[in-house]
Design a protein around this ligand. Structure first.
Ligand code: ADP
Ligand code: ZN
Length: 637
């Protein structure tokens, strides 16, 4: 049946293809000159382009090959979607994951742009219908997986007029990248089979080898490269050091309390922890689900779908989660543990705030993380590289200069000024002379013959009669209890600082025992002074506040402040519309649009259509409902 349908349609489509063998964009030249801004407004509802978008679109429309490097949330999609709308024929988009395709196709259709995805998630009948629509020239953007593409290169694609190939997540082509997909390496066939069709490749992963790999493997002709800044100014950066598990959990509960009804992701190092943290959150009335590679595909899909559709507020996940998530209203990301590299970290926090609204990121990091990650790196095949990456990550976490500068410099973008909204900029660290404190710790290590790990050391310093302390005879050391005036938390923090300052090191091959280094000895014997960073105790305060705090509310709970009421009404209406249509809420309208509606309060459909992010289609489709709601609200207030 499928065969038959395509065979009958083939004839007319082949004619269509033959009639336009020269420049697929020739007829769109006039449109191009003055109308791409208009198209942006009509279809996407935006008044202006983001940096580089216009240049990229013009380059594509001129029929040239294009390579785009832009951070997550930078606005890559429009760079090929807008050309697809104004050009004749169909733009074929290669995308690695069904969930990504689904999201993009949903977003396009929600803007009235005919798009479809050919993939194994569809029934045969669906796919047959899509092929038919393509052959009849009714589809502007066709999303397709690389495997599927190979099947269609000599069939469907030869029968339709392909305007442009867009390779999304193009770094998947490179073995050097972290998301290598063998199927992507076959994409070289496109240039061979369709020498005249321009290619645009897009990625958020920027390193030079990968870049070169993309160009070579796709046989791109003299590609114009567009590299935008990797800065994500809407992401707030905060690091918290040396928390125990308990303190972390408490801090997270406080954090979520301050981010009521806002969706977020908690990244954990182990599967076990994802389950534990999700459990704790649920016990405190927060809707949360774990996500890791050990769960059944079904359970994973359900978690992802629930998150995308705002049915669950928090996902506690290993790094397995995220690649297929285009959800624009992830409002925060927490790292329960230190990630193993800055690349990983940046990619993971990048999942917050795609809509450009301010979003919070919080990284916890402890000695235990370093011990474990160092072990992984040491045991890995690329030991030197991985240790170096971990080291850079650690430096970021320990930094007392602007954290954004460190990130951007890491990615080769020279940034010479401070950002003003990372925790270091907001709260510059103060130092004090901690020589005596350091001497106490170092002396205890030496007296224990450098055969002591971190936890035991803290017990010794605090004078705790634990079983290990007593059985090891450590309570007889002269330094036993020398630091009982300080909490275990503070000792953990100072020990991390000592590690970072190079006074101690961890012998990973000797049961993670602590060793005093040469520079440590200089401090121990009074030849040098040690300057430590003052620890801030904000969490303790929150803990007390917490006692008074109201119990956690579910995701659809009513707002606390009256001025948020309209926002909540709009959000509830969006959810209702989304559920009726079977779309995720953020595809109906983004959080950013909701905030604009909330402050502008349009009372007519025309005024509704003026809001940035609302194109003609959404205006007609949703205008009445939202405007009625706003009018009702205004009458009541
Ligand atoms: P990327 O694919 O680079 O991660 P997207 O293409 O998903 O980013 O865009 C991120 C968000 O920015 C989307 O919500 C998109 O609608 C919005 N966006 C893109 N271009 C513009 C623009 N010119 N003005 C305002 N918002 C934009
Ligand atoms: Zn800063």
């Amino acid at each position: 049946m499928r065969r038959k349908a395509s065979a009958t349609d083939n004839v007319s489509a082949a004619r269509l293809a033959l009639s336009d063998k020269r420049s697929i964009f020739a007829h769109s030249k006039d449109i191009r000159m003055n109308n791409i801004s208009q198209t942006l407004k009509t279809y996407f509802g935006y008044d202006s382009f983001r940096p580089l978008q216009e240049e990229i679109i013009n380059n594509v429309l001129a029929g040239r090959d294009t390579l785009v490097l832009m951070p997550t949330g930078g606005g890559k999609s429009i760079c090929y979607q807008l050309p697809a709308i104004v050009a004749g024929g169909t733009t074929v988009v290669i995308s690695p994951l069904i969930s990504l395709m689904k999201d993009q196709v949903g977003a396009l259709r929600a803007n009235g742009i005919p798009a479809a995805a050919l993939n194994s998630g569809n029934t045969d009948a669906d796919n047959a219908a899509i092929r038919r629509d393509c052959l009849q020239g009714r589809i502007k953007l066709l999303y397709i997986s690389p495997e599927r593409l190979m099947n269609e290169v000599n069939f469907l694609l030869k029968d339709i007029r392909v305007a442009l190939f867009a390779i999304d997540e193009a770094h998947c082509i490179s073995q050097w990248g972290h998301d290598f997909r063998p199927e992507y390496t076959q994409l070289g066939v496109l240039r061979r089979e369709f020498p005249r069709v321009p290619i645009i490749a897009l990625t958020a992963t920027a390193d030079k080898i990968t870049r070169q790999d993309i160009v070579t493997q796709l046989h791109m002709k003299d590609p114009q490269m567009f590299i935008s800044s990797f800065d994500r100014p809407n992401l707030n950066l905060t690091v918290k050091r040396g928390y125990t598990q308990k303190e972390k959990n408490r801090a997270i509960l406080n954090f979520i309390d301050e981010h009521r009804a806002q969706c977020g992701i908690i990244y954990c190092m182990s599967r076990n922890n994802t389950e534990k943290v999700a459990d704790i959150l649920r016990r405190h009335g927060i809707s949360a689900l774990p996500y890791h590679a050990g769960l059944s595909p079904d359970a994973r899909n359900r978690a992802q779908e629930d998150f995308i559709n705002d049915r669950v507020q928090v996902v506690c996940a290993t790094i397995a989660f995220g690649m297929g998530i285009d959800k624009s209203n992830v409002r925060w990301v927490i790292h329960y543990n230190l990630p193993k590299s800055i690349e990983n970290f940046y990619q993971e926090i990048g999942r917050a705030g795609r809509d450009g609204l301010e979003s919070d990121t919080l990284l916890f990091y402890s000695l235990g993380d370093i011990v474990l990650l160092s072990k992984f790196a040491n045991d890995s095949a690329q030991q030197a590289v991985n240790l170096d990456k971990l080291n850079r990550m650690q430096q970021y976490a320990e930094s007392d200069i602007c954290r954004r500068r460190i990130l951007l410099n890491y990615f080769g973008e020279n940034r010479e000024y401070d950002c003003g909204h990372c925790d270091v900029c907001r709260n510059p660290p103060q130092r004090f002379d901690g020589t005596i404190l350091v001497q106490k710790a170092l002396s205890a290590i030496v007296r224990a013959n450098e055969n002591i790990g971190i936890r035991l050391l803290v017990d010794v310093l605090r004078g705790a009669y634990t079983q290990d302390v007593v059985s090891g005879g450590l309570d007889r050391l002269k330094t036993f209890g020398a630091g009982r005036d300080m909490s275990a938390h503070d000792w953990n923090d100072y020990l991390l600082q000592m590690l970072q300052l190079g006074y101690i090191e961890i012998a990973y091959n000797e049961g993670n025992h602590l060793k005093v280094t040469e520079s440590g000895r200089k401090v121990l014997f009074g030849r040098e002074r040690a300057m430590l960073v003052v620890i801030k105790h904000e969490e303790k305060r929150s803990k007390r506040q917490k006692a008074k705090a109201a119990p956690e509310l579910p995701l659809d709970a009513p707002a606390r402040r009256p001025e948020d009421e309209l926002f909540e009404l709009l959000r509830a209406h969006r959810k209702q519309v989304a559920d009726e249509l079977g779309y995720p809420p953020y595809i109906v309208l983004s959080d950013k649009v909701l905030h604009l509606l909330c402050s502008v309060r349009p009372t007519t459909v025309e005024a509704f259509g003026e809001i940035s992010g609302i194109g003609d289609f959404k205006r007609e489709k949703y205008g009445k409902g939202f405007v009625a709601l706003i009018n009702r609200f205004l009458k009541e207030h």
